[in-house]
Write a protein that binds this ligand. Structure first.
Ligand SMILES: N[C@@H](CCC(=O)N[C@@H](CS)C(=O)NCC(=O)O)C(=O)O
Length: 226
């Protein structure tokens, strides 16, 4: 019998949460190996031997080490028999999912991650608040991205790549959820995005809530202090 894939992750990392949800919904057996970024556990030589880029998520599949969450999804989907809906084998359907997975790098991923770092991570590490010009610039990019999701990606279909939930929705939702640690109300004025996010959560639960429990706990603690 094949060994479970070793899965290295930190639940404060957006693609790590997406990967954990995917492994669970696709029922791919895995060994859970948390790597605490805040403790620098990814900077050790031991971890570098698994992922030379020293980032999470990554996997080790019987000695085959792979980083980059999108590459991991494609590899696992090719190797395992997973429910077709998450990463379809039909060429056109798969291309629609890939269209989002490629688009996200310069849109959802970069805009949400940089805004999150500016508003939450850097103040936490340095004790300094961001400059208003930087906030305006980064928030502008988040707004453009989320407006594109509301008005383009979700214009005609309930999910990003069509009528059914796919990995594209999971990857996108995990980036957007990270914004709960910032002051920006991403749901406001975006009814399609709001309804879509709830559908993604419901369809990927209980794994969706499980992957987001640390994020939600920190968010509750932060708002309790305000
Ligand atoms: N494009 C990569 C992104 C990986 C990434 O940026 N991981 C972050 C956490 S979200 C990380 O490990 N950062 C640690 C560091 O850069 O030191 C993927 O999708 O897997």
């Amino acid at each position: 019998m094949a060994k479970p894939v070793k899965f290295y992750y930190d639940l404060l990392s957006q693609p790590s949460r997406a990967m954990m949800i995917f492994l669970n919904v696709a029922k791919i057996p895995y060994e859970s190996l948390p790597v605490a970024l805040r403790k620098g556990e990814h900077l050790t030589e031991e971890f570098k031997a698994i992922n030379r880029f020293q980032k999470v998520p990554c996997i080790s599949d019987n000695g085959f080490n792979l980083s980059e969450s999108v590459a991991i999804v494609r590899y696992l989907a090719a190797k395992h028999k997973i429910p077709d809906s998450w990463y379809p084998t039909d060429a056109k359907k798969q291309a629609r999912v890939d269209e989002y997975l490629e688009w996200q790098h310069l849109n959802t991923r970069i805009s949400c991650a940089l805004y999150f770092q500016l508003m939450w991570l850097k103040p936490l590490l340095t004790g300094k608040q961001p400059k208003p010009e930087a906030v305006e610039e980064h928030l502008g990019r988040v707004v453009d991205t989320l407006d594109a999701i509301e008005n383009i990606w979700l214009e005609k279909t309930p999910f990003l790549a069509g009528n059914d939930i796919t990995v594209a929705d999971i990857w996108c939702a995990c980036e957007i959820e990270q914004l709960i640690l910032t002051p920006y109300d991403f749901r406001k004025g975006r009814p399609r995005l709001t309804a879509w996010l709830e559908k993604v959560r419901t369809q990927a639960n209980p794994h969706y809530d499980e992957a987001h429990k640390v994020l939600r706990k920190i968010s509750e603690r932060t708002s309790a202090k305000l």
